[in-house]
Write a protein that binds this ligand. Structure first.
Ligand code: 4AD
Ligand code: MG
Length: 502
């Protein structure tokens, strides 16, 4: 039987029977005849009261302990219960003078350099718990909507987004011994020399780390019509920002038999709303998560990037932006009307945006944040110009529900980005080009080699269906939910340009 956690001990309430708490000492206050230690095992924190023999254990901040005693109602004002220690044992000592995680809040940049130790801070522990809850809630949501989770590959020969950001893999040279006893291959067995070897590349073609699971996810979706994956993605993205990582997770979904963009948008919006409900109000777990969100809000460093959601209004409940998002329909507008709104805003205040908004160019992050802020919540921008989007997107004109707006200066595609205030892009998605001829033409235009994508084209040759999907940047989602400003703080071991320690 595993030792009980502090959470279990607390949930059972005060008791006269002796039990043992296994935990780490987060802080300690020693008086003449009594010491108070805040001990934490990652599930909960409790105040331990040490008198007499307990005092002799010499606990220090950071050490691990086994404390035997009883949980009792507290006479103090700060806590309802406390753990009265009868015997205390240090399991692993910790020299407080050199322990890198000091009691007072240390700067986040320092903690990122000590990623292996930062789980011990209340903030990181709470972020890890909320990230875990979010994962479970999305898995539940997808399951209850009949999606099948697929593990897609990390190693691939394709570059889904075609942005040239894929990390190339060192494709090692392997030697094949051609001894007489080895299984005979026609060419190697020709001569008598048993010590010879042949060598070639491990894979016969270049291989890179995946930038998105989408193309692979489209394959099972032509047999299991609703699929999703929460998988790693890798991008050699040189921009050093608070929202880019080199290794991140993406929650991607793909749905068959969908022929209008609105069907996808409705599903995305419903999923986000329902997951937020589960997260915050599901019996049992919701209460814990709300507490964790408060912990994270209370520890959000003001000296870093400045939290877009919380630090600016510290008195605001940590949940208000989520409650709003869960309650109100998301704003939807086309790229063309977004550009018009941005241009009007630029005219209003000269130089408001560093990059002038121009039809045909991508939205910059300042544009994205402006649009989401104007709408006061999640904002979906649809129908971007084909020229700035990847080859696989369906032209808007092939979506039966599409009504072209005036003033368009080129072809658009049935795609969308979901933007969040303070953060910018959270999700990218589209209907996929499911017709063989136009897809081949689009690949040619994008400069892709058809022979490398025959497998992908087969989906269009054999029982093709209209379909579409989306990908959510997992860490950006965790940032938004928790109110954490810097993406490097919501991942256990962050990797960004120049940083891949451990
Ligand atoms: O918009 P993106 O590039 O879309 C795709 O890759 C599609 N194939 C997804 C799909 O339709 N299945 O990436 C999707 C999301 C972005 O909106 C962003 O939130 C996140 O992935 N993302 C990153 N997150 C952290 N660090 C990076 N370097 C990211 N690049 C993209
Ligand atoms: Mg995108």
């Amino acid at each position: 039987v595993l030792p009980p956690t502090i959470r279990t001990i607390l949930s059972e309430g005060p008791s006269s029977s002796s039990q043992t708490v296994h935990a780490w000492v987060r802080s300690i206050r020693a008086h003449k005849n009594v010491a108070f230690a805040e001990v934490d095992d990652g599930t909960a924190r409790v105040q331990a009261v040490l008198k007499g023999k307990g005092m002799e254990a010499g606990l220090t901040q950071g050490c691990s302990v086994a404390l035997s005693g009883t949980l009792q109602a507290s006479t103090g004002k700060k806590q309802a219960v406390e753990f009265m220690v009868e015997t205390a044992k240090t399991i692993g000592a910790c020299d407080p003078d050199v322990y890198p995680i000091q009691k007072q809040q240390v700067p986040p940049a320092y903690l990122r350099d000590h990623a292996h130790l930062r789980f011990r801070t209340a903030r990181t522990a709470a972020i890890m718990r909320v990230r875990d809850s979010l994962m479970r809630d999305w898995h539940d949501w997808f399951e209850s909507n009949e999606f099948v989770h697929i593990h897609t590959p990390i190693l691939t020969s394709s570059d889904c987004e075609g942005a040239g950001e894929a990390f190339a893999l060192v494709n090692p040279i392997v030697n094949h011994p051609t001894s007489a006893s080895a299984p005979q291959s026609s060419s190697a067995s020709a001569g008598p020399s048993s010590s010879q070897s042949t060598s070639d590349r491990f894979f016969p073609h270049p291989v890179n780390l995946t930038v998105s699971s989408q193309l692979h996810l489209e394959c099972p979706t032509h047999a299991l019509p609703r699929t999703y994956t929460l998988s790693p993605a890798f991008r050699a993205e040189p921009s050093l920002t608070s929202r880019h990582l080199s290794e991140f997770y993406m929650l991607e979904a793909e749905v068959a038999f969908v022929d209008t963009l609105d069907q996808l948008l409705d599903a995305v919006e419903k999923g986000m709303r329902e997951v937020l409900h589960r997260l915050m109000w599901e019996h049992g777990r919701g209460e814990r998560t709300r507490k964790d969100l408060e912990i994270i809000r209370d520890h959000e460093p003001a000296d870093d990037y400045g939290s877009p959601h919380l630090a600016a209004e510290p008195e605001r409940p940590a949940l208000s932006h989520l409650i709003n998002a869960a309650a109100r329909p998301f704003a939807r507008m086309t790229y063309t009307s977004a550009i018009k709104a941005l241009q009007a805003a630029q005219e209003e205040i000269e130089g408001r945006f560093e990059h002038p908004p121009i039809w045909g160019q991508g939205l910059s992050s300042e544009h994205e944040r402006y649009l989401a802020a104007q709408n006061g919540g999640p904002t979906i921008i649809t129908h971007y110009p084909a020229a700035i989007k990847p080859f696989y997107m369906l032209p808007s004109s092939a979506d039966p529900s599409w009504a072209a707006e005036g003033g368009e200066q080129g072809e658009t595609v049935a795609c969308f980005d979901l933007l969040l205030p303070g953060l910018g892009e959270l999700i990218g998605g589209s209907l996929r080009e499911h017709r063989l001829g136009p897809l081949v033409a689009a690949m040619k235009k994008a400069g892709l080699k058809k022979e490398e994508y025959e497998w992908y084209l087969d989906l269009r040759r054999f029982g093709s269906v209209p379909h579409g999907g989306w990908g959510m940047g997992w860490e950006r989602w965790v940032c938004w939910v928790t109110g954490v400003a810097n993406i490097r703080d919501v991942v256990a071991f962050p990797r960004w340009k120049g940083n891949c320690r451990y």
